[in-house]
Design a protein around this ligand. Sequence first.
Ligand SMILES: Cc1cc2nc3c(=O)[nH]c(=O)nc-3n(C[C@H](O)[C@H](O)[C@H](O)COP(=O)(O)O)c2cc1C
Length: 200
Amino acid sequence: MKKLFLLLMALILLCMPVLAEDATSSATLAVDDFPRLPKGDSRILVVFFSPEKTVCSAAIAAANALGSEIFEIRPAEPYTAEDLNYHDRQSRTSIEMNDPASRPEIAEMPVLDRFDTILLGYPIWWGQAPRILCTFVESVDLSGKTVIPFCTSGSSGAGSSAVNLQKLGSEDAVWLEAKRFNNGSTKEDVYAWAESLNLQ
Ligand SMILES: Cc1cc2nc3c(=O)[nH]c(=O)nc-3n(C[C@H](O)[C@H](O)[C@H](O)COP(=O)(O)O)c2cc1C
């Protein structure tokens, strides 16, 4: 009995580094995390930022509809509930959005080489994309790629959010018009939009 226990403990210890590596090695959400995704070498990547997880649901639905890969932009310093309080003029998000030069750091950048189409999802903050999206478009090479912006919001439209991001990014990227979903949109709404893009 003692031997069996020791053997079990040894097995658990052997597996631990693998589990730890899985949890931290990459911000890319593996295709296997989303059982409905067909596997394959997709040329489409859904990139999203979603501190309150609304855009995240839309991004997963879009990736499912397109059979694409998916990558979450994670801030080096995660946003707390206080940071996200837009009623407080001194909150982190209020300060960032009031400063056009603000560029919050991203924890890990994706490798975009093998993708030719990037769906870029973000929430609307004060009518614009969060400043961390500026960090993203200024840090990656989008040359020759098609960027398809999408956003979620309580009531505002996409407005100039995507056009302003486009101005900061690679000159020869093609940007489609941004699609905005409201906070009550369903997975089916996202599927219908993703399929209407005729990307496959
Ligand atoms: C700092 C901040 C500013 C926001 N500004 C707006 C806004 O200008 N217009 C709007 O309709 N919703 C605004 N919202 C609501 C978000 O756009 C909306 O809840 C969005 O779906 C959140 O996406 P997420 O859950 O993926 O973070 C704001 C939310 C936050 C945290």
